[in-house]
Design a protein around this ligand. Structure first.
Ligand code: NAD
Length: 312
């Protein structure tokens, strides 16, 4: 049986980490693509040479030629500019929209049955570009943000309570931006809601640190994070290739769910071999629903700016 094939577009920090994780986990053969000549070839070779040490047989190649990506099961889009200190995700809007449109238009026709996972920021707006450039149905275009944001929330919960990260579960909904909505009521330690374990002011502080999680690392390193983002994208790849049907927060195109229409916003979804197999609707209280709507409005503002340049 042929191994699965995953194309990762963008051989920068996030793309290379995603490729590394997919290959090391033996999930699929990986084609790493970049516009810079030599970069994907070099990183692909380096990753291939790690295979005997790790003990996996996944084939990793780097290329500038989209023909090599044909027949991929999944396309992960990480190409684009990363945030610099002081830069918001939204500053990246126009530049990255052009890049995402170009790479999806080049890759999607060669892999017409693929699931596209978008990572490039501003995330939710870039999902719109990818869906329109590919013409794929909404089940097969989704964005990676919630898996990372909830991993950050879980990290801080575990640190605060001195418990294993494995015991934590967390949900972060909304757009991947400053208006994201951590949901303490649905965030648990060994099944116990954190609202039972921590005072409100500590939960608020952790939620704020989660929402500022990307900026905190950008300030320290000088560019945006890549280890946790790359792993989060690879985890979504694993859910799809292994048909795991895990419930993960992902950016998906809502058509009335949560009262939101025609916008990519992060909500819990069931991830399986068909991509988004179900949008899971959890009950939100008035405050949570208002925060989600505010976050959706922030996504809409960006999409409205982009509309004139979105493919018809
Ligand atoms: N969704 C998230 O949670 C999340 C988390 C981290 C980073 N990001 C975003 O992911 C993107 C990548 O971040 P990074 O740190 O890997 O950046 P990076 O600069 O390290 O890598 C980006 C790569 O994209 C390539 N590229 C640019 N234009 C291209 C094109 N037209 N075709 C092919 N390749 C092209 C560049 O040459 C570069 O190698 C950024 O937009 C960043 O903001 C998102």
């Amino acid at each position: 049986m042929a191994r699965n094939k995953v194309t990762v577009i963008g051989a920068g920090n996030v793309g290379a980490t995603t490729a590394q994780r997919i290959a090391e986990a033996g999930l699929a053969d990986v084609v790493l693509v970049d516009i810079v000549e030599g970069l994907p070839q070099g990183k692909g070779l380096d990753l291939a040479e790690a295979a005997p040490v790790v003990g996996h047989d996944a084939r990793v190649i780097g290329t500038n030629d989209y023909a090599d990506t044909a027949g991929s099961d999944i396309i992960v889009v990480t190409s684009g500019l990363a945030r610099q200190p002081g830069m918001s995700r939204d500053d990246l809007l126009a530049k990255n929209a052009g890049i995402v449109k170009a790479v999806v238009s080049a890759s999607a026709p060669l892999s017409p049955n693929a699931v596209i996972i978008v990572v490039t920021n501003p995330l939710d707006a870039m999902c719109h570009v990818a869906m329109q450039a590919s013409g794929f149905p909404r089940e097969r275009v989704l964005g990676m943000a919630g898996v990372l944001d909830s991993a950050r929330f879980r990290t801080f919960i575990a640190q605060e309570l001195g418990v294993s990260v494995e015991d934590t579960h967390a949900f972060v909904l909304g757009g991947h931006g400053d208006t994201m909505v951590p949901l303490p009521r649905y965030s648990t330690v060994a099944g116990i809601p954190i609202t039972e374990l921590l005072p409100k002011e500590r939960i608020d502080a952790i939620a704020k640190r989660t929402a500022d999680g990307g900026a905190e690392i950008t300030k320290l390193v000088g560019t945006s994070a890549w280890y946790a983002p790359g792993l989060a994208a690879a985890q979504m790849v694993e859910c799809i290739l292994k048909d795991k049907k895990k419930i993960e927060p992902c950016s998906v195109y809502l058509q009335g769910e949560y009262g939101i229409h025609d916008l990519f916003v992060g909500v819990p979804v069931k991830l399986g071999k068909n991509g988004v197999e179900q949008i899971v609707q959890i009950t939100l209280n008035a405050e949570e629903q208002a925060a989600l709507q505010k976050s959706a409005n922030a996504v809409k503002e960006l999409v409205d700016v982009l509309r004139p340049q979105l493919p018809k």
